[in-house]
Design a protein around this ligand. Structure first.
Ligand SMILES: [Zn+2]
Length: 530
């Protein structure tokens, strides 16, 4: 029999982790697999895992120990792990899987194969151990196990005891390297195509082509992060971003954008580069409004190891246009001299990887490159790497009120460098926080979004911070498919699946998607496993 199991996203601590298990059923066995006595009567089962993630919301996982995260299900029969994409809630428990003795291959797309060790190195440092030697051993193990699989190519995982399993990855359009997984499974006389969606992207994503529905899926396991919402119009969001940034920068101060290192940061950079290219000399802020929009004492500029200088304006910099000391005081802030800071070594690293992987970009992005544009490395962009530069930047920006856009992780404000910015900046009404992504319940990001506009407070590292900074949201930036996108994905499968399992989302989102799918495909069993 062919079973689908869900090991993740149940306790609130673990992320996505699904299993496809083949076991040779005895004749006349219960095909639903609900009779546990039959399982003991079959040959040793064999299976694969799809993802092995760690939940990102800190509130829920606070107090969780390594023991909570240890793999708590049998893995002796697991022949391979297939990774849909490298977000932590899909890969974060891989070190625990290895610790539990998993010794099979880790199958993923080519871009994911490059990014996986990077993302896990970061996760290990934060949550697992500070022991460098141990981290290196785990990373070596992961690098040795990774099997990069080109999109669209079948790969045989195993063939044994009358059963076989092949997988094929297809572009999911969610983040670079993301894939949905098609599994062709044969168990005795039963043969099935089972599809795991992973996280699906939305149309009009910068950089990534949108996903096409599977050509076949007898059973489908689908995510539902945005199962209850449709995104705001993604085609106009660049202009909404522009309007919000202009409004936010009106009174000077920093616009802080909490964003995930992979995907969102690069999308934002791509779109900001687009705004700069389109509106270059247009004023964001007239000098008349504030006495000195770019006002700053260059001597306050933080030291930096970046060649361009922090904020690209180091006094010794070779770009007079953005050197505050040389700027006439009446000069207004324009798009081409607005400074964009990415304060995250990980985001910087992934931006570099994105630049290296242009063959995986969509046509529009490749056309820009062909036209001589540099969507991910424009001159107004400064990257802050060292922790010291980061602390200097926080202090400098909080004091100077210099108009600036800072992108820092984590996306839900549950950790990372954005927390230092929030502590230093939330209390000042000149600053702004701009959310461009999903904020899970219980995260500081969700609390800032909820209580900020009412003049409330948020708890960061156990302390209360009053929120006087303005809070904005620009929708349509989610890397996740919205409800309509998910429905289009399912309805695009020529022959409807016999069963659809909805996973990975808040309860309301799951139920909303379930309702919609039941409406549009009444003959399909649409279940929410728990
Ligand atoms: Zn994801």
């Amino acid at each position: 029999m062919i079973e689908i199991k869900h090991h993740g996203a149940v306790t609130g601590v673990t992320g996505s982790c699904h299993e496809l298990r083949l076991s040779q059923a005895t004749k006349g066995s219960d095909p639903s697999g609900s009779d546990p006595t039959l399982l003991s009567a079959v040959n040793p089962p064999a299976g694969i895992l799809i993802d092995c993630g760690l939940f990102q919301g800190q509130e829920e996982s606070r107090g969780s120990s390594a023991a909570d995260l240890a793999i708590d299900f049998p893995i002796e029969h697991i022949r391979a792990l297939v990774v849909t994409h490298v977000h932590i809630d899909h890969v974060g428990r891989i070190p625990y899987l290895l610790a539990a003795g998993f010794d099979g291959p880790i199958i993923c797309s080519e871009p994911s194969a490059i990014m996986l060790p990077e993302i896990l190195e970061d996760a290990l440092k934060i949550g697992f151990t500070r022991d460098r030697a141990l981290i290196n051993r785990v990373l070596e193990l992961i690098r040795a196990r990774v099997v990069p699989l080109p999109y669209g190519r079948w790969h045989s995982v195993f063939e044994e005891g009358g059963g076989s399993l092949k997988v094929r990855l297809q572009r999911a359009g969610h983040i670079l390297g993301s894939a949905y997984v098609e599994c062709d499974v044969v168990s005795g006389t039963a043969a099935e195509r089972i599809v795991f969606s992973g996280d699906l992207g939305a149309p009009h994503s910068p950089l990534l082509p949108e996903p096409s529905p599977p050509e076949r899926a007898d059973r489908l396991v689908i995510e539902s992060t945005y199962g209850d919402k449709n995104h705001e119009d993604r085609e106009t969001r660049r202009y909404r971003l522009k309007a919000v940034l202009e409004h936010a920068l009106e009174d000077g101060g920093t616009v802080l954008i909490p964003a995930f290192s992979i995907g969102r940061t690069q999308e934002l950079l791509y779109e900001i580069e687009g705004l700069i290219a389109e509106f270059g000399d247009e004023a964001i802020l007239q000098a008349a409004k504030g006495a000195d929009p770019l006002g700053s004492d260059p001597t306050l500029l933080p030291a930096t190891d970046s060649k361009a200088g922090a904020f690209g304006v180091s006094p010794q910099g070779d770009r007079p246009r953005s050197r505050p000391g040389s700027r006439p005081r009446s000069e207004s802030l324009t798009w081409s001299n607005l400074e964009i800071v990415v304060d995250s070594p990980l985001a910087a690293e992934f931006t570099r990887i994105h630049r290296d992987l242009k063959p995986f970009w969509d046509e529009e992005a490749r056309a820009l490159v062909a036209a001589g544009r540099h969507p991910l490395s424009f001159e107004q962009l400064t990257v802050i790497n060292s922790h010291e530069d980061h602390l200097n930047a926080v202090e400098y920006l909080a004091k100077s009120h210099r108009p600036c856009v800072v992108i820092a992780g984590s996306g839900m404000c549950a950790g990372g460098r954005v927390v230092n910015y929030l502590k230093a900046m939330l209390g000042d009404a000149r600053n702004d926080v701009l959310f461009v992504g999903y904020q899970a319940a219980g995260t500081p990001g969700r609390n800032i979004l909820t209580y900020g506009p009412r003049g409330g407070w948020v708890e960061l590292d156990g302390e209360r911070y009053d929120i006087r900074a303005r809070v904005h949201t620009v929708g349509g930036y989610s890397a996740h498919a919205g409800q309509e996108d998910l429905l289009r994905f399912v309805e695009g499968i020529p022959q409807p699946p016999s069963e659809i399992r909805i996973v990975h989302g808040d309860d309301e989102a799951k139920r909303a998607l379930q309702g919609k799918l039941r409406e549009s495909l009444p003959q399909v069993a649409v279940v929410i496993p728990n």
